[in-house]
Design a protein around this ligand. Structure first.
Ligand code: CA
Length: 576
């Protein structure tokens, strides 16, 4: 959770990235992990089924028929045969400078176009986590929750929500067309354990810059200063860190260099980032570094010989002063100040622009993934084609008198890529545009000011991530010819993405029942805390064979095996 929040913050600072993060409405509340939302494993059989079903609706042809409950079917306009007002709950973003959502391009003429009047129930930025549960608990229920409900809130409030599955073909044909074009079967993502669909999908199917997490960058100027190349092996890496430590590469005459800097407080700068060099884990952090998923099997990562070697290597770095002694305790601000202060040789970041100017950024290059020992396949922190779908983008409640109209409104916004992008980023021509030959690209405008930054523009003109789902083909490109800053992150991802977790080894994006979540939570609080504590201790103080054996034994006692089994069952779709 912390990770996505921090991701949002770093994106806000960056000013070059578009949708790196969770729901814009969730900046200040508790956003879900981007990885928990990672895509469903490919199931081509199911994909065929969805295509077959969509052709039943006649594909592109109009479902015809009588209005239902005052709502015209298909794509006929106006949406309603008589005036209808919809109350839509949405959390404002703190950088949104509009007074009301009706000012946004997508809604300026919505009543003329559809017959619907929209009354936005706008929750102040940062208040959704507190207010939404009150609404669900019998407070003022809106007709629609727009990008506000978590999976757990859906599953715990099914009786208050409208099941959409039987309405989709008639009232959401545009969305169904998009769903049929996805690389995965949308039903496995959108269907709850009880067999219903409550949420319309939003965001991007996959955004290339978001397929990865933190990427390790290294100071090229420092490398030149100490006369070394970008390291490609563990031994070379060690030698570079040592040279950074001893040869005053920042040139101030003091031994103030921190060769490798990390911070457990900064979402993408955890020391767990590097465990993939030993071929273990499925990413960084307290969940993904703690298991290895390969070929359908979930195994332990932090009880292996490889993990032990990782701890020993980092203990050596620590004891020689080559990694930041404050890494386990410092907050993000302290961490970033060291970088800004030109004391750091290498660290994990979204891009160097996070803390440095465009001029300084040029001194940094990506460190390609290192293979720590012979025979292992290293893993970088990312997932090939990672899904960024939000499955609860648009949820209609039973308080809504015209659920068909509410569904059609979303589907109207989903009528084509340009409409969806307008919801995301405002009208074509400012933050995104179209190539003469077709297809779209993002634009980073130059007319921004400190008072009205690029980030202000995004959240003012659009909703950033809360648009109806855009497929990969519909998603604009970050084009280096047009906006070099926008393309920077993509170029960094391209250096390491061959080492990202393969599609087949990614966790699915399906709903998990509250009971199953409880089962896991029961185990993992103590387990994760213990793993984390041992890691810090082992790296700072070292450890003996007996310490290691006791640690492995303690993992067993803390039900590490059951925790791993939970993830294997989740992967296999066999959780109870
Ligand atoms: Ca120095």
């Amino acid at each position: 959770m912390k990770r996505l929040l921090a991701l949002l913050l770093c994106v806000a600072l960056l000013g070059t990235l578009f949708a790196a993060c969770g729901d814009s409405g969730k900046t200040s509340s508790a956003p879900e992990s981007s990885k928990v939302e990672s895509s469903t494993a490919d199931s081509s059989g199911a994909g065929e089924e969805s295509e077959a079903e969509s052709s039943e609706t006649g594909g592109d042809s109009e479902p015809s028929g009588e209005a239902v409950n005052g709502t015209n079917p298909g794509t006929e306009l106006p949406i309603v045969t008589e005036p209808v007002t919809l109350r839509i709950a949405k959390e404002r973003h703190m950088l949104d400078t509009t007074q009301n959502y009706n000012e946004k391009a997508s809604f300026k003429n919505i009543t003329e176009e559809t017959g619907l009047t929209l009354e936005f129930v706008e929750l102040a930025a940062g208040t959704a986590a507190e207010k939404v549960p009150l609404m669900l608990a019998g407070g003022d229920m809106p007709d629609v929750f727009w990008a506000l409900l978590s999976d757990a809130q859906i599953l715990q409030n099914e009786d208050q929500l409208v099941a959409l599955e039987d309405m989709l073909d008639t009232f959401a044909p545009n969305s169904m067309k998009t769903y049929s074009e996805l690389g995965t079967d949308w039903r496995t993502i959108a269907t709850t354990p009880s067999g219903h669909v409550y949420g319309m999908l939003s965001r991007y199917e996959s955004l290339y810059e978001n397929t990865g997490d933190g990427i390790q960058i290294i100071n090229k100027k420092w490398l030149e200063k100490v006369n070394k190349e970008v390291p490609t092996t563990l031994d070379e890496y060690y030698e570079v860190l040592k040279a950074f430590k001893e040869q005053d590469p920042n040139g101030n005459g003091e031994a103030d260099e921190i060769p490798y800097c990390f911070s457990e407080d900064m979402w993408c700068a955890s020391i767990t980032n590097d465990i993939g060099w030993w071929g273990i884990g499925n990413g960084y952090g307290d969940t993904y570094s703690n298991f290895t998923l390969r070929d359908g099997k979930v195994t332990g990562s932090v009880n292996t010989q490889e993990y032990r070697e990782y701890l020993e290597f980092f203990h050596k770095l620590y004891s020689e002063g080559l990694i930041d002694a404050e890494g386990f305790s410092q907050n993000t601000e302290v961490f970033s100040n060291k970088i800004k202060n030109n004391q750091v040789g290498t660290y994990y970041s979204w891009t160097a622009l996070e803390y440095l100017s465009s001029e300084q950024e040029k001194d940094w290059v990506v460190l390609p993934t290192i293979t720590a020992k012979e025979g292992v396949q290293p893993v970088a922190n990312g997932e090939i084609d990672r899904s960024t779908i939000n499955k609860n983008g648009w949820v209609i409640t039973k308080s809504c008198q015209h659920p068909e109209a509410a569904l059609r409104l979303w589907d109207y916004l989903a009528r084509d890529a340009e409409s969806k992008m307008t919801v995301a980023m405002g009208e074509k021509g400012t933050l995104w545009d179209e190539y003469p030959e077709g297809g779209y690209y993002f634009v980073v405008p130059e007319n921004t000011t400190p008072e009205y930054t690029f980030e202000h523009m995004k959240y003012t003109l659009g909703t950033v991530n809360n648009h109806p789902l855009l497929t990969k083909d519909e998603t604009p490109k970050n084009d280096g010819e047009i906006s070099p800053a926008a393309a920077l992150r993509d170029q960094m991802v391209a250096v390491v993405d061959k080492d990202y977790v393969a599609k087949k080894d990614q966790l699915p994006q399906s709903y998990v029942s509250p009971e199953a979540i409880d089962d896991r939570s029961f185990i993992e609080t103590d387990l994760k805390a213990y793993i984390k504590q041992f890691r810090a201790q082992a790296i700072m103080e070292g450890f003996s064979d007996a310490d290691w054996d006791a640690y492995c034994k303690r993992l067993d006692d803390l039900s590490y095996g059951e925790w791993l089994q939970w993830y294997e069952d989740f992967y296999n779709g066999t959780l109870n």
